[in-house]
Design a protein around this ligand. Structure first.
Ligand code: ZN
Length: 168
């Protein structure tokens, strides 16, 4: 009853497959002002995210490259679309929201949440609500956001296994 319809699931899968096949903002970004590498050892996802901040701190351009599963690549692709042009504070906020969203999905038992009825302002990123079916893939979906955060805060490196002490 509360699980997404199969039509919704199919849509999620279509969007993720499309971004995996044709990742947006793919490649190296030169020049850039911020850069980080992200690694999800559980899945083997590894990406570089490069950002060019404008003088006012907004995200003038962002690109990513690397290798990993379809979910991580699609998530990175959609992230770049979502934050490009945003003021930095808005990009941080969006990352926090995405992190909270996937965190919530991780805590819910499969099928307890209906992404179609659950309202939030993540827009297209909502396709990742489909990952409730694949709880181990949550880290794949959040890795690009961790990596973007590391780029912006200057630490330059992100891993899904840092500091939490938790294992899937
Ligand atoms: Zn992955």
């Amino acid at each position: 009853m509360s699980a997404p319809s199969s039509a919704a699931r199919e849509l999620y899968q279509q969007v993720i497959l499309d971004h995996n096949r044709t990742p947006r903002n793919w490649g190296a970004l030169q020049p850039h002002t911020h850069h980080a590498e992200g690694h999800n050892p559980l899945c083997g996802d590894r990406y570089e995210v490069a950002v060019a901040l404008a003088d006012d701190g907004s995200i003038a351009d962002i690109r990513f490259q690397g290798s990993g599963c379809a979910i991580s690549k699609a998530s990175a692709s959609m992230m770049t679309e979502a934050v490009k042009g945003l003021p930095r504070a808005d990009a941080d906020r969006l990352g926090d929201q995405c992190g909270r969203l996937v965190d919530r999905f991780r805590r819910l038992a499969p099928g307890e949440l209906d992404p179609a009825r659950d309202q939030h302002d993540l827009g297209k990123l909502r396709v990742f609500s489909g990952i409730w079916e694949f709880p181990a893939r949550v880290k794949c979906a959040t890795l690009p956001w961790h990596t973007l955060h590391s780029a912006l805060d200057g630490s330059g490196h992100a891993t899904t296994e840092a500091g939490t002490g938790t294992k899937e």
